[in-house]
Design a protein. Sequence first.
Length: 198
Amino acid sequence: MANVQWTATETEVRNLATNWWAVALRGGLAILFGLLTFAVPALTLASLIWLFGAYAIIEGAVNLLAAARGHGQRPWWVLVIEGAASIGAGVVTFALPGLTALVLLYVIAVRAIVTGALEILAAIRLRARIAHEWWLGLSGALSIAFGVLLMAAPVAGALAVVLWIGAYAVVFGALLVGLAFRLRAHREAPPASVRLAA
């Protein structure tokens, strides 16, 4: 059985800190998506499909770009899996716009659970290298809880589902933005002082 490295290397952390803006961009996109759902809570199913599809594809592209450049809070292969899953979910929503609300909810729920599990794995790997890595772990736990909630109550009213999705996106995005600023501070701090900031 292969040995799994559960702690991120200093090089991985430095790469992530150098590219803190990519984490902030991802968080900003999530917040924007969430605010749009609140601004227009009476979105039709078709509008929600287009909005989610665009968000998923853009977020997936950001992850694939981070993997190609060798930067990110996870190993490149994890970024590729998460990016491909997001793009796949986005493509499914565009390719099959006639999806029922139930199928769309399951696509969103599965994507949230996969993303959440990968975020928690990344937080575990980063725990010995940066202070407040719990931002990432908490965003992962939130994603998993959101996915499970959608699967447990898939027949909730359409307006309630839109508001759930909006609230999830805003909180998830805020946690990523918080992590990004912690990474920015890490970039500017000497390596020996990383955990002292906790």
